[in-house]
Design a binder for this molecule. Sequence first.
Ligand code: NAP
Ligand code: HSE
Length: 439
Amino acid sequence: MMGVSGQANVSAVGVGLLGLGVVGSAVAKALLSRDESKERKIPLALVSAVVRDPNKLRSIDLGQSIVTDDPQAVIDNNSVSIVVELMGGENPAFDYISSSLKAGKHVVTANKEVMCKRGNELLRIAADNNVELKYEASVGGGIPIIGPLTNDLVANRIQSIRAIINGTTNFILTKMAYEGADFDDVLAEAQSFGYAEADPTADVDGFDAMYKLSVLARLAYHTEMPVEGIHREGIRDIHSKDFRYASELGFTIKLLAAAQASDDSGLLARVHPALIPLEVPMASVNGVLNAVEVEGDLVGSLWFQGPGAGAEPTASAVVGDILKISESSGINSYDSATFAPFNIIPMNDHVCQYYMRLTASDQPGVLANVARVLGDAGISISAVLQKDTDIEKTQADLVIMTHPAREANMQTAVSLIRKLETVIQLDNLIRVENYAGRL
Ligand code: NAP
Ligand code: HSE
């Protein structure tokens, strides 16, 4: 039912995009690909996408009937039920969002600047017009943090928020720390990955993190946190040698955004580079990753981490908001009892490396026997250790690490290894979890 059409079909929820840049294109692709895979049953129709320059070459070709430079094609279009604002900046985003809400449309936005500066006003307009305004993607990219602060953590008094919430500067600082890279080169790289704001000074000078901190503080402390009340410093004065010296002292350097409530109900909010002890988790949040640590009086310390910028992670949050609105507002519903057609894969087909510890007779040929059994099962050995030979030299611990193997093959080998005369006991077989490409 998801279609690219000038008119939403009768039962589909019409979606209008304001912006078809890094995030907007990824959202459009996600909407179309979700339809192809039929994972969700909510029918959505991408009705219109508003841009500044309709003739620009884009990573997605939606056709001339969809792409336009006329915002009214979305705001005034009766076929559009959900407006998705992905242009950025305070204006004209504020005008377009507020007009859409007043026109009875739900709105999803990834725009932290408008949610920081005009969020209260917009949320009130949404409530007055009985429509929803969702903004999960505005802080932390793909990390769900607005939802938990809005819903799941409301029972808590939030004592502190400490966060890395700008992907671009974290990417830059990480490259400087580990590669001694040049600031301007890494900034250009972050821009090429689509992490940076249209004007990257928003990232580098801490404005983006400040807007995001203000949005988080409003939710956590139920108060307006104006940007004038937030101390802000960027990362321009950080040099490679600062990382060397900090490291000698046991620290790394991160652009930290923090809000802490004090006993007398004061609130201190700040964005600035900070030395972080190397042994705390925040020190290992590298590259485009973001992390938000929330301290609540009931729940204690919670840790949210994930990709804080980039097209697809941000689309994850935006499309999630679109689907939530379509479900909760009743403009369409999907059958949650309709399960995806997955085959259940048996454990026998699992493939991983194995760690095997044997107690074996300490005599010639023992390892060869074990290796032969593994080889016959198509399993190759990646490392062998012989440990703890006993005083009489009659037995030893043999530790074998294999290359990736199929579970069924390993279980066949294990039953044969147990029968070998030279193997006194197979003490342990532990699967190695595969994190390849994720470390
Ligand atoms: P972008 O690549 O610069 O795209 C902006 C889009 O909006 C473009 O398609 C542009 O049209 C259109 N646009 C801008 N001003 C317009 C105007 N006045 N009228 C009509 N169209 C206009 O920006 P982005 O990176 O996708 O970011 C979009 C929003 O998501 C921002 O609020 C940003 O802070 C937020 N966000 C971004 C990321 C990220 O990783 N990039 C992550 C989380 C949140 P043209 O294409 O014709 O220029
Ligand atoms: N420019 C932002 C960042 C995009 O680098 O974190 C995500 O909001």
